[in-house]
Design a protein around this ligand. Structure first.
Ligand code: GUE
Length: 284
């Protein structure tokens, strides 16, 4: 028996069509949401991601603001672009595509962003608001994971969730979202220092693999029927994406989020959602 698919591509398409309706309503009130991207350097993967985000914007009716700087850009030049987008009334929200080139102080750039325009939900002020339970734009990948589970009817309340990874974009913030009263999951956070990963994973109703270690999650670690979401993006010699979840897991799990086609498209949909929400908030 093979697992059912948590279809991120189809779910993201449904969310985008809902967002398009909300954008139309905003436009009839004279407001057009705008998403800005700041891309520094010529990393091919980053260029592809950013291009994808602007394609998404076009589908939903959000206007795109693209800023590109060469890999030789200085700290001051990057910060000037951030200040410019902070001041631009046409820019509802924006992201600084990560990673930034070596030698750039990334945290200094991110802290300079206007938290109200933080489409990633990763500004220190907004992460702080998440801890405090105050309204704020939510981190896109964790929010996308919850939305993907919810829209497939996977029960989160009362579930034992094991999150593998402690990165800033997924592993660290995801447990904060899952343990809110509105989600009510019980969460264990594992990482490369976890003594017996298999023992932790075998208890899990939901596994989120965000460690960036190819095929870390083996079939024998997975409880039959569990939901397993693969957020790992490593690449093999030919440049193909290799996830954190071993392909054999699909024979044991009840649900799997494939990679690609699972969490990635949801991340992009939640980015658009943060921009539309910010525009609605501004419109009053
Ligand atoms: N400030 C910032 N915010 C980010 O959100 C951010 C970032 N920097 N830097 C890089 C990572 C990576 N990331 C992805 C989002 C979607 C897919 C995605 O949609 N992937 C497709 C496939 C894409 C392919 O085949 O290459 C999928 O999973 O089906 C992938 C990767 C966002 N990131």
């Amino acid at each position: 028996m093979s697992a059912q698919i948590l279809d991120g591509k189809a779910t993201a398409a449904a969310i985008k069509s809902e967002l398009a309706t909300r954008v139309e309503a905003l436009k009839s009130r004279g407001v057009t949401p705008g998403l800005g991207t700041v891309l520094v350097g010529d990393d091919v993967a980053s260029q592809k991601y950013v291009a994808g985000k602007h394609r998404d914007c076009a589908q939903v009716g959000i206007s795109s603001i693209q800023r590109e700087l060469p890999g030789t850009a200085t700290q001051e030049e990057i910060e000037d672009v951030v200040r410019e987008l902070n001041a631009d009334p046409g820019c509802t929200g924006y992201i600084v595509q990560l990673p930034l080139p070596k030698g750039i102080d990334t945290n200094r750039v991110l802290e300079l962003m206007d938290p109200a325009k933080d489409a990633d939900g990763l500004h220190p002020t907004n992460l702080g608001r998440l801890v405090l339970g105050e309204p704020a734009p939510l981190p896109c990948t964790p929010n996308g994971i919850i939305e993907l589970l919810r829209r497939h009817g996977v029960e989160i309340a009362g579930a034992e969730v094991v999150v593998v990874g402690r990165g800033i974009t997924v592993g660290r913030p995801l447990p904060l979202l899952l343990t809110r009263r509105s989600e009510n999951a019980t969460v264990t956070q594992c990482h490369t220092g976890t003594r017996d990963l298999g023992a932790q994973l075998r208890r899990a109703d939901i596994v989120v693999a965000a460690a960036g270690v190819p095929h870390l999650i083996k079939p024998e670690y997975v409880k039959p029927g569990a939901a397993v979401l693969d957020v790992g993006v490593s690449r093999d010699e030919s440049g193909k994406i290799v996830g954190d979840v071993h392909p054999g897991v699909a024979e044991v799990a009840g649900w799997v989020a494939p990679n690609p086609g699972g969490v990635g498209p949801m991340t992009r949909a939640m980015l658009l959602s943060n921009v539309v929400e910010a525009a609605e908030r501004n419109a009053g």
